[in-house]
Design a protein around this ligand. Structure first.
Ligand code: CU
Length: 171
């Protein structure tokens, strides 16, 4: 009697809890688990893609910037610029303005030091102004300079590397 009752009770409770457990508690956590895992994996992959895309975008931007500056330099060197010829140049910390200028052959450029320290302007292998005090003016005489594109710099040590460097195209 007692054994039979125990068996019956055990069977009913076991089958009852087993069925409810397998139907309700079993699949639901599994589905939730897979859903969360899938979302997490998808999110992780999307995150990786976003990071990779961002890195590519930065790289492309950097390349575009370097290409633009490089192309501009080679373009002015090969084609001879094309901008209006300048007659005045401004110097300062630490710039030549305009940095890449075009000037008429045999012209004389007025060079002004708009900075707060001494500067000069020298065509590489060519003429140069005298050393100009702050607020001072000088002349860059291009007489005899053959047509072409030359580097020009401020000859004060360190100034060219600081930004006082460009190109002058004589045409
Ligand atoms: Cu200088």
């Amino acid at each position: 009697m007692a054994v039979e009752q125990n068996e019956v009770d055990h069977d009913t409770t076991a089958s009852g809890s087993g069925s409810t457990g397998s139907v309700h508690t079993g699949p639901v956590p599994l589905r939730k688990g897979t859903t969360f895992e899938t979302l997490a994996v998808c999110g992780f992959i999307f995150g990786l893609f976003a990071i990779v895309a961002a890195i590519f975008a930065v790289g492309l931007a950097a390349r575009a910037a370097s290409d633009a500056s490089g192309g501009g330099g080679s373009g002015s060197a090969g084609g001879g610029g094309g901008g209006a010829a300048v007659t005045e140049v401004s110097l300062g910390e630490f710039f030549i303005k305009p940095p890449d200028a075009t000037a008429a052959a045999d012209s004389v450029l007025k060079v002004k030091n708009d900075g707060t320290m001494d500067h000069d302007l020298a065509v590489e292998g060519g003429p140069a102004t005298e050393m100009l005090k702050p607020g001072g003016e000088g002349e860059l005489d291009l007489a005899g300079v053959a047509a072409g594109t030359y580097t020009w710099i401020c000859q004060v040590p360190g100034h060219a590397d600081a930004g006082m460097k460009g190109t002058i195209t004589v045409q």
